[in-house]
Design a protein. Structure first.
Length: 298
């Protein structure tokens, strides 16, 4: 099983000034640190993040900005701090540019044509001779000796030794590189969603939190409203599909063949397998994970 990803929310933002003072912002909560040693301020921020990670029972993201640069780290419940890579910027679409078409040049006036060369006079007509020549006797043709047609076929020339020992060899055909797996969720409401590399938010009216990066939002039409507004996040990590319950009202339960149903812990990622069924309130979603054209069991 691959390493669980660090959920993208919440993110602790901390700005440390040159005089050691700092300002912390997390989910709308603000904390100020007095002027002092920058190292002392960093320790205080790390202690705050460790306490929050312990309450959530999972690591949290923290972005630190000071005079030396900006760092994105993960703070774990045991106080360990690990570096994280900043999310790659999405490629921007090229803007359409108007291209000026140069006007078609007007044709220059044609030069006067040179006078045509007069045609050559026709050849003189054939004139019949006035005197008819006497016929000439044909000359006798020389006789030829009869040729015998009994010709024996020539013996075939022996093949070269190198050609006799030549054998056909089988070429090594390289197989195409394997495709990355992709997943499809089929909901009991009739909705179908394919999970992109940037992850998806699922709910009645899903909305990303400030600072959260997501590629797809899937709105599930739930009549009884048993699905929360933003119920579940599904994302890829290390070629594995992970689901994170967003502290929904009715929770998320995952059913797996030959295993007991499992209720997801809010904000705790859980890896999905091919064939799993996720219950979001009264809505069921069947998971299908494929690699190219072949289904895989993770």
């Amino acid at each position: 099983m691959s390493t669980p990803p660090v959920p993208p929310y919440p993110v602790i933002y901390i700005n440390v000034a040159a005089d050691g003072s700092g300002h912390l912002n997390v989910a709308g909560q603000h904390h100020d640190y007095p002027v002092g040693s920058p190292e002392y301020t960093r320790r205080g921020v790390t202690a705050f993040a460790t306490e929050l990670a312990g309450e959530l029972r999972r690591p949290v993201r923290m972005q630190i900005t000071d005079s030396q640069g900006r760092w994105l780290v993960a703070v774990h419940p045991n106080g360990t701090v690990t570096d994280l890579q900043a999310p790659a910027e999405k490629p921007r679409r090229a803007r359409k540019q108007s291209v000026a078409v140069p006007p078609t040049p007007k044709p220059s006036p044609a030069a006067p044509l040179a006078p045509a060369t007069p045609p050559a006079p026709p050849p003189p007509a054939y004139r019949v001779p006035t005197r008819v020549a006497s016929p000439v006797a044909p000359a006798a043709l020389p006789t030829r000796e009869p040729v015998s047609m009994n010709v024996s076929p020539a013996a075939p020339e022996p093949l070269d030794d190198e050609l006799e020992e030549t054998r056909f060899s089988r070429r090594n055909v390289t197989s195409p590189p394997p495709r990355e797996p992709f997943a499809t969720l089929t909901f009991s409401t009739g909705d179908v969603a394919q999970i992109p590399p940037g992850g998806a938010l699922i709910g009645r009216r899903p909305t990303a939190d400030p600072g959260e990066d997501v590629e797809l939002t899937v709105a599930v039409d739930d009549g009884p409203k048993s699905v929360s507004r933003t119920h579940l996040r599904v994302e890829w990590h290390d070629n594995g599909l992970w689901a994170t319950d967003r502290a929904s009202s009715n929770g998320t339960r995952v059913e797996r063949a030959h295993d007991e149903p499992r209720d997801l812990v809010p904000w705790q990622p859980f890896q999905l397998h091919n064939g799993d069924v996720a219950e979001l309130g009264e809505v069921r979603a069947t998971v299908a994970i494929q690699e190219g054209n072949r289904e895989v069991n993770l």
